[in-house]
Design a protein around this ligand. Structure first.
Ligand SMILES: Nc1ncnc2c1ncn2[C@@H]1O[C@H](COP(=O)(O)OP(=O)(O)OP(=O)(O)O)[C@@H](O)[C@H]1O
Ligand SMILES: [Mg+2]
Length: 404
């Protein structure tokens, strides 16, 4: 963004110049002022993206297409055109976007600003050159670029970004959609969390509630998925899935390594209990792996994906664990298998006790009362009405099954 010094410099400069120069500088001043306010004129974004040309399209997720662009000042941007599905008022959108553009952290993508044009709403982000983690991690020709050191740095960096969102920025921001496609990598492989706060830009009409609870296949915490109970621990769960994906190079949503395992988490846990956890490690990591760190990350992934949100660590605790040896960690209980084994039992204490580590009976059905899940609980995006008949249909972007 414009530094205060250059802003001041531009303010005084016109007094020393001829009138045509003065006009030019008035224009400059206007554009600097709008930059300070983080508003982008629509024409600027049209020009920057070559009229939202298809060749500049980076991808399209649940909120709308994303285009690469370049501003006149040389900055590269990613412009997200929010789908018209959001009928949020303009003022509310602007207020939210202003708040989100104040979020600043090395491991969180910078939101440069926003734009409204008729009924269109657009968000303007910094362009992150290596784009999203999923484009590398799940592609056999590219995943070799991600050696263990890089993967471990991603695991640590995302944890720091999440602590910031949960604890240190102006408001607690629960991301709700942590997944490989929302982790972007810069030139130096620094991970940056994308799409934070997006759920806040979409008002909670019924259709939207269903879409968000539907969320993304494979990453959603069971209490959020099934009952709409949202807390920071839902992000911890998604983070745990991401950690196990980084270790194994396998996508949880399309896991097919072992027919007897229900998903990546189940597979990892079973091997872990047999003392064979290292068998999940991505073969492309063979030459770079640091065994002690990998073992710790597998345990960490399992701790973060436990069915009971209270048994999952906070992101603060995750960072502490990442800096210590595996011996300092609790024993994970069996991870959640969303949609299959969890049911809500109101007003009952948790069936699993913290750190027991005794739960290795695969046939056992786990229950928990997520209404009791204390930590930082905010009003949920979803209501329990959306919880019951979620079909097994998965859409092409890997979004979670939608309600039938
Ligand atoms: N700031 C950015 N810099 C570089 N590439 C980006 C940026 N933002 C998004 N992208 C790319 O655009 C693609 C589409 O992003 P988008 O967020 O719309 O989809 P998604 O993450 O797959 O789904 P969701 O809507 O659930 O987040 C991403 O996969 C990513 O590769
Ligand atoms: Mg995204």
């Amino acid at each position: 963004m414009t530094k205060p010094n250059s802003f001041f410099h531009n303010l005084i400069k016109p007094f020393k110049l001829s009138s045509s120069k003065e006009e030019e500088n008035q224009d400059d001043l206007q554009s600097i002022t709008s930059q300070e306010q983080k508003i982008f004129p629509y024409e600027t974004l049209v020009a920057a993206t070559n009229k939202f040309h298809i060749l500049n399209k980076l991808g399209e997720g649940g909120f709308g297409p994303v285009f690469k662009g370049k501003l006149n000042d040389g900055r590269e941007i990613a412009v997200k055109k929010l789908s018209h599905r959001s009928n949020q008022g303009k003022t509310q959108f602007i207020n939210e976007a202003k708040l989100l553009s104040r979020v600043q952290h090395r491991n969180v993508v910078t939101l440069f600003g926003y734009c409204t044009h008729g009924s269109e709403k657009l968000l303007v982000y910094e362009y992150v050159p290596r784009e999203s983690l999923d484009k590398l991690l799940f592609k056999s020709q590219k995943k070799e670029q991600l050696d263990w050191t890089r993967r471990f740095d991603i695991i640590s960096g995302v944890a720091r970004g999440l602590i910031y969102l949960h604890e240190d920025c102006h408001n607690c921001i629960i991301h709700r959609d942590i997944k490989a496609s929302n982790i972007l990598l810069d030139q130096k492989w620094v991970p940056k969390i994308a799409d934070f706060g997006l759920a806040r830009l979409f008002p909670e009409d019924q259709t939207h509630v269903q879409t968000r609870v539907a969320g993304t296949n494979g990453y959603l915490a069971p209490e959020y998925l099934m009952h709409g109970h949202l807390s920071v621990k839902a992000d911890v769960f998604s983070y745990g899935v991401l950690v196990l994906e980084l270790v194994s190079g396998q996508r949880n949503s399309s896991f097919d390594m072992d027919v007897s395992a229900q998903n990546l988490l189940d597979w990892a846990y079973r091997l872990y209990k047999k003392g064979r956890a290292l068998e999940i490690v991505d073969p492309t990591l063979a030459s770079s792996v640091v065994t002690e760190q990998v073992e710790m990350c597998i345990k960490l992934g399992l701790l973060c994906t436990q069915g009971d949100p209270q048994l999952r660590p906070t992101m603060g605790r995750v960072v502490v664990m990442l800096s210590k040896k595996p011996g300092h960690m609790e024993e994970p209980t069996r991870p959640a298998i969303p949609g299959s084994r969890y049911r809500r039992v109101p007003r009952r204490p948790y069936a699993m006790s913290s750190g027991s580590g005794a739960d290795d009976d695969d046939s056992k059905s786990h229950t928990f009362d997520s209404s009791n899940s204390g930590t930082n609980t905010t009003s949920a995006t979803a209501t329990a009405t959306t919880s019951s008949n979620i079909t097994a249909e998965v859409d092409r972007r890997g979004k979670r099954p939608m309600q039938g």
